[in-house]
Write a protein of this length. Sequence first.
Length: 456
Amino acid sequence: MKTRGRRGKKQIRKGRVWVLLNAPWMTTPSGPPPPMGMYSDEELHEMIDNGDYRPISSASDLHAIRDTSERTWGYGTQFQTSGRAGGLDKKYVLTKGIGIDLEEFLEGGQFYNDGAGWEPLGVYPVTPFTGILDGNGFGVNIIVINRPANDHQGLIAYAENAEIKNMAIRGQVDGRDKIGILVGRVKNTDVTGCFSQGYSIGRNQVGGGIGMAEDLSTTWFHQNDAEVLSSGDSSGGCVGWNYTGSIMVRCRNSGTITGHYRTGGVCGDNRQDSFMFECTNIGEVYGTIYVGGVAGNNCVDTAIDQCRNFGAVHGTGEIIGGIVGWNDIGAQLENSHNRAFVEGGDKVGGAVGSNDEETAVIFHCYSTGVVDGVNDVGGLVGFSVLGATTINSYWDTETSGKATSPGGGTGLTTNQMTYPYDAAAYDGWDFESTWEEDTEGLNDGYPILQFSAHLW
């Protein structure tokens, strides 16, 4: 096989890779985190005694993060620490899983708040969480929020210049805009190795984990199993809106995502110099306009590279794609594939619904899923404007049920696209560092992205 000669303009240094498996949070290459947490008791004591971390061992500790008065943290545990003030700028580490009974959110409970439930940490835009919250491989089960008229809802409302990591969370959050079970909105914040489960409900910018990530935020290795329900714009499994130079790496969605406008399995809207790398969707996606298996929208000098979709994509309107609904204005989609069913009205494609601007590029992608629609329906791309480019990308004419692709691409038979690959397939693809030949039939013979080879 030939090696790809052209490099995408957005790249990322991989460094140490943490692998997401079918566990309810991040795992290391050697297996799941120990049942007692990621850190030993000695390491926790070092963090707390010498690193100025506050130990979180109860729901009361978690709620007190907002409180700047001195108090005792980790009461009754070996990590108990007294005389330290809380505050949204401090460092915190969970020493155990935090279980909150549902009764605490009912009338008479600690977090009832006249039926509104948990009060999120931080207030947008005046008092963000700016500290460190380290879950230590543990989780919070559960939080309940019922504020359908309020923006910025989640365990944390708004985080800026912060770190949130190694944490699982389960709950039901019902708000308006910028809604996520973990955090409603992040700015220049790193969110690493977290897991979200439950229900995230809202109007605009609704994510299972994060509602909106902006201004160079990074979402690393987030796994979402929550169901997302949005009535408006930008809904996704891990992040609703990934914006202004923000990056998503190794994120994975297995929850069902239902939205209206710009709806995606992993991210609803990837926009303005933002980047998605090595992300996977296996959840079903439902939407109206701009709907995609990985992202509903990829727009304004953005890139999506080495991403996979295995979840069925259902659109009732136009611009529906197995990987991306709308690829537009300087957007790149490269080294990605769709293996799932795609349906919609107009501009429906196995990989992309519409490649909709002359600077938009689709590069080294393939699709094998059934594609169904009304007008401008393609095995790979439903529609492309004049000047938009599709390079060395393919669809299976047999499994897709489509002999044509109006928006571009090359149609091949199943035999040509599966191992051993036909000479007409995968011209210029990099089988040294990006793709792997599926010699064992793990992906039905179609090429496997190397980052995911050990996940089968």
